[in-house]
Design a protein around this ligand. Structure first.
Ligand code: UGA
Length: 439
């Protein structure tokens, strides 16, 4: 079986590479010549654990290739995945110009039956717009080539994307014809044989599933952040409360970790887009509006704690920062809480020396030389007034506090991820501030 995947961003590259791992011939297409050249030279533009190995393996096997030529890639393809970006436009709605642009190009060049599958996160109704765009292009050519559209949202998480793709909890597919179901079953045969469930449904429900899943997860996080803030006020410990509620299987123990607010390219964008879609239909998604507001506020919680420790004037203070990426195991800085914290501290006249195991290059692209980049976590502690922990990289969990206390000007840590135990920090006489716990 052969397929094309259009868009070699995060979702497209991971999906294409993982499909090739199941024995399918995959041609990945992108308009960005520089990116395609990189990929053809064996360089992967994103950091994702495990991706490089299967990328190299399948390129060597001849099952995975890269091109800028969409037209050629369509020859013999039984399915084409659209996995291009849907950035938010000014009002927060998902901008569909790339998705529909690809649909039109497919319509201009296809010459046999195929299933055009939308994998990008798109608002309800988009697959029908994809269909209309293709029909329009076929009509311009005076052709009547049969095709189907399908929706197949992606649930992978950055940092564990390969595993999430290859071992999915479920595969959601929206279809409107038996032919499309047949093609999608063939495509996911290896997953079905391995016992991963595939849920077929109508296209609108499939599109909605993606937004509802991300919005529910974002809601869990904002809810816990709000509870954490209240825990501090009433003298409760959110870690205990988290365990207490998470052991109820109906609630579950995942995605209830409080922190500095959710970030990344998905939750903020998708929550905003769903709110917009609902508004367009005259329905106010009040819970999600509150989820957004709580998340915005949460990104500033550490600043509040810093100010109450040092006094309102932070002018001239120097802070060490551990972690810049929006979460561990990625170099992604999109909507990272670190950006808000850094902006506020710089505005207040403080300076920052930061360390992140993989995101420093990406951070430098965004922040330039407004902060100093340390060579390791201890380097970020030299002569600073306090240490701020923003991303819970595993290597930060068991540091040598004896070394740290000698480097810091004052033994003070603001932990936005609750990675240490308050009692242990008290024993070694650190001023320790965390989220929703007694410090
Ligand atoms: C998210 C979803 O988890 C994926 O299922 C989905 O496919 C993806 O978006 C997408 O739409 O493409 P991702 O953005 O990679 O994946 O990151 P998550 O691991 O979900 O984390 C999102 C944010 O929530 C991070 O900032 C993380 O620190 C925060 N978070 C997560 C918490 O603050 N607390 C938690 O308990 C869990």
């Amino acid at each position: 079986m052969k397929i094309s995947v259009v868009g070699t961003g995060y979702v497209g590259l991971v999906s294409g590479t993982c499909f090739s791992q199941t024995g399918i011939d995959v041609v990945c297409v992108d308009v960005d010549e520089r990116k395609i050249n990189m990929l053809n030279n064996g360089q992967i533009p994103i950091y994702e654990p495990g991706l490089e190995d299967i990328f190299k393996y399948n390129v060597e096997k001849g099952r995975l290739s890269f091109t800028t030529n969409l037209k050629d890639s369509l020859a013999d393809s039984e399915a084409v995945f659209i996995a291009v970006g849907t950035p938010p436009d000014e009002d927060g709605s998902a901008d569909l110009k790339y998705v529909l642009g690809v649909a039109r190009e497919i319509g201009r060049h296809m010459n046999h039956y195929m299933v055009i599958v939308t994998k990008s996160t798109v608002p309800v109704g988009t697959s029908m717009k994809v269909k209309a765009a293709i029909l329009d292009e076929l009509a311009k050519r005076g052709e009547n080539i049969p095709f189907d559209v399908a929706s197949n949202p992606e649930f992978l998480k950055e940092g564990s994307a390969v595993d999430d793709f290859l071992k999915p909890d479920r595969i959601v597919v929206g279809i409107e014809s038996p032919e499309a179901e047949k093609t999608m079953r063939k495509l996911y045969k290896a997953f079905l044989l391995n016992g991963h469930p595939i849920l077929f449904m109508d296209i609108s429900s499939s599109e909605m599933t993606k937004y509802a899943a991300n919005s529910m997860l974002a809601t869990k996080i904002s809810f816990m952040n709000d509870i954490a803030n209240l825990c501090e006020l009433v003298g409760a410990d959110v870690s205990q409360v988290r365990k207490g509620i998470g052991s109820d299987a109906r609630i579950g123990n995942k995605f209830i970790y409080p922190g500095t607010g959710y970030g990344g390219s998905c939750f903020p964008k998708d929550v905003q887009a769903l709110v917009r879609t609902a508004d367009d239909y005259g329905h106010s998604l009040d819970i999600l509006k509150a989820v957004e507001a709580v998340n915005y506020r949460q990104k500033e919680v550490l600043i509040k704690k810093i100010k109450s420790h040092f006094g309102v004037n932070l002018e001239g203070l120097k802070f060490g920062m551990w972690g810049l990426a929006f979460k561990p195991k990625t170099d992604d800085m999109r909507e990272a809480p670190s950006l808000v914290i850094i902006e506020k501290l710089l505005q207040e006249g403080a300076s920052i020396v930061a360390f992140d195991p993989v995101a420093q290059e990406e951070a430098h692209r965004i922040l330039g030389d407004s902060i100093v980049y340390a060579k390791d976590e201890y380097d970020a502690c030299i002569d600073v007034d306090a240490l701020i922990i923003v991303t819970e990289w595993p290597e930060f969990r068991m540091p040598n506090f004896r070394v740290i206390e000698k480097l810091l000007k004052s033994k003070t840590i603001f932990d936005g991820r609750n990675i240490y135990e308050p009692e242990e920090m008290q024993e070694i006489k650190f001023n320790y501030y965390s989220i929703g716990r007694k410090s």
